[in-house]
Design a protein around this ligand. Structure first.
Ligand code: IMP
Length: 192
């Protein structure tokens, strides 16, 4: 069965391809369809935004679609940046802009800066919606470490580890990550 992955984020795609590599599902990247209109993610929850993305792509191509909406929730910032993680530093900002802004906002607080990543993985085929949540607790650190992954990976150390997600290979990150948890659960539901 073909599944479109409704994301232009190459880091997410790499992770999801690996998670589904032991199944018969063929994951189709959005890039295969050329340029598409920007999807307005104006939901208030990860679930809302994952559904907006999956519905938008299903309505365009009529192929069962999976989507991920995810973000970082920082305790000392009352859960920010949350669903606004991608554009924390403003429209068209880079991952590096977001990381710098987060470090600046946290500089007035004592350590540790407890945080967690949250991912909502969602499947939509025009009638059925299946969704699953995954979480990864950890801490935000003051230095940037590692060049793997994307987003806040270089400043996030998962609980029980000494390395940042940015220092882990995709295989290592996929053993523990919020996205690996949400999509593994979704995958199992789709298989059963
Ligand atoms: P989305 O693509 O709208 O779901 O935005 C997710 C944003 O959350 C990303 O742009 C990152 O800023 C952040 N994020 C989510 N998952 C991860 C991760 O696994 N590593 C680092 N940052 C992440």
């Amino acid at each position: 069965m073909k599944l479109i992955f409704a994301s232009e984020n190459k880091g997410k795609l790499k992770e999801v391809l690996q998670i589904f590599s032991d199944t018969n599902f063929e994951i189709i990247a959005l890039s295969e369809f050329g340029e598409i209109q920007e999807i307005i993610e104006d939901g208030e929850t990860y679930y809302d935004n994952a559904l907006i993305k999956a519905k938008f792509i299903f309505d365009l191509y009529g192929t069962p679609t999976i989507a991920d909406d995810s973000g970082l929730s920082v305790e000392q910032l009352g859960g920010k940046p949350g669903v606004h993680s991608a554009r924390f530093a403003g429209e068209n900002c880079t991952f590096s802009d977001n990381n710098k802004k987060l470090k600046k906002e946290l500089s007035v607080f004592p350590k540790p800066h407890n945080a967690k990543f949250i991912s909502c993985a969602l499947f939509y085929d025009g009638s059925k919606i299946i969704s699953e949540i995954g979480e990864l607790p950890g801490q935000i650190i003051n230095e940037f470490r590692g060049s793997h992954g994307f987003g806040y990976d270089p400043i996030f150390v998962p609980d029980g580890f000494n390395t940042t997600l940015g220092e882990m290979s995709v295989e290592e990150k996929n053993k523990i990550s919020h996205r690996a948890i949400s999509f593994s659960k979704l995958k199992n539901k789709l298989i059963s």
